[in-house]
Design a protein around this ligand. Structure first.
Ligand code: KG4
Length: 340
């Protein structure tokens, strides 16, 4: 009999539900919340309320698109954390209620492990390439910047991570401060394509080992723009493409330097990326180029699986289901990675 897994993701500002049949994607519905646009960032209280409105229609749509009834489901995988607590509570409580109603198991998933395994979601009629174990995953999002060694679908080791801001935060905060828009990653990515990445130089941080730091480079960009604007108020408007291209280049340099070091130290040449920032076109082409140069097998996830989505939660939950994991009904969501 086939295993039908429903995935539920509600850790930040996207309500998503997906259905997998034996690891093959049948549906992946995402409702992005528009209420945050005017605030230049996600407002946690508004996010929770929007999840509460979205969750039932999103799950219904995912089941309809998959062409199955609720009673066909084998198990429900949900994001337990890390993320916004109020948002996580909506998905967790919904998963529990549906699990009780259908008398099927629920399986908690770490959001970051979902991103790391996103490439394992299989699709009918596609090549379905994915990295072989062990592999390195550069996990880059609005809340995290990590290099993770993945030994198996349930075995992960964080080799390095940011000691301050995440790289997505650097994109978002700088874009916001320069008045370019939110979320900053896609805006800076688009402007960078039209600019000269060598025009301005920003210093790279010196952090030991495989850890990252993005707060210094963020501040140096903002001070640089402020000082130049004091001399010429139209500086930003005239140079925004070159500023974005130069800033994006330094962020990519920082990310890639440590990834290359991690590959050298571990001897692992299977390399992939995950998380929202892995949608960045500069990072994707740089990873491919670096991979060719160094004899890596590189894997770039499809765009739809880079940002928050329930398909990645469903696949991570599916592996846990196969391994016999079941989550008790008194589980509570956690906001921080350290509490997971
Ligand atoms: O994984 P994700 O959807 O969720 C959170 O971590 O919340 O990542 C969101 C992050 C944001 O910081 C956004 O600016 C960034 O991913 N992002 C990008 C691009 N698209 C999204 N960063 C750089 N280039 C992009 N094209």
């Amino acid at each position: 009999m086939a295993d039908y897994i429903l995935g539920i993701e509600s850790s930040c500002d996207d309500t998503s539900a997906a259905v997998l049949k034996d690891g093959y994607l049948l549906s992946n519905v995402i409702a992005s919340q528009q209420v945050h646009k005017d605030f230049g960032g996600v407002v946690p209280e508004l996010a929770s309320r929007a999840h509460e409105q979205n969750i039932v229609p999103v799950v219904s749509q995912a089941l309809d698109k998959a062409g199955i009834r609720p009673s066909d489901l084998t198990a429900i995988a949900f994001t337990r954390g890390p993320g916004l607590l109020g948002s996580l509570l909506v998905g967790t409580s919904f998963a529990k209620a549906l699990g009780i109603a259908l008398d099927i198991p629920i399986i908690m998933v770490n959001h970051l492990q979902g991103h790391i395994l996103a490439g394992f979601v299989k699709q009918e009629g596609k090549e379905n390439r994915h990295p072989a174990f062990p592999y390195l995953c550069l996990l880059v999002s609005g809340g995290n910047s990590q290099i993770v060694k993945v030994t198996g679908p349930l075995e992960f080791e964080i080799l390095g991570q940011t000691i301050d801001d995440a790289v997505g935060e650097a994109f978002d905060k700088c874009s916001k401060m320069m008045g370019l828009g939110y979320p900053g990653g896609p805006v800076i990515d688009a402007l960078a394509k039209q600019g000269d990445p060598e025009r301005f130089k920003f210093a790279k941080p010196h952090v030991p080992g495989l850890d990252y730091s993005f707060s210094g480079v963020k501040t140096s960009l903002l001070y640089f723009v402020r000082d130049e604007m004091a001399k010429d108020p139209s500086f930003l408007e005239k140079n925004k493409e070159d500023i974005c291209a130069s800033f994006q280049k330094v962020l990519i340099d920082i990310l890639m330097d440590k990834l290359v070091k991690a590959s050298r130290q571990t001897g692992i040449k299977e390399v992939t990326i995950g998380g929202g920032v892995s949608a960045n076109s500069g990072l994707r082409s740089r990873l491919e180029a670096e991979g060719k140069k160094r004899g890596w097998n590189t894997y770039l996830p499809e765009f739809k699986f880079t940002t928050d989505n329930a398909a990645m939660i469903a696949i991570a939950g599916y592996y846990r289901y196969l391994a016999g994991e079941r989550t008790p009904l008194d589980v509570a969501p956690v906001s921080r990675m350290a509490d997971y």
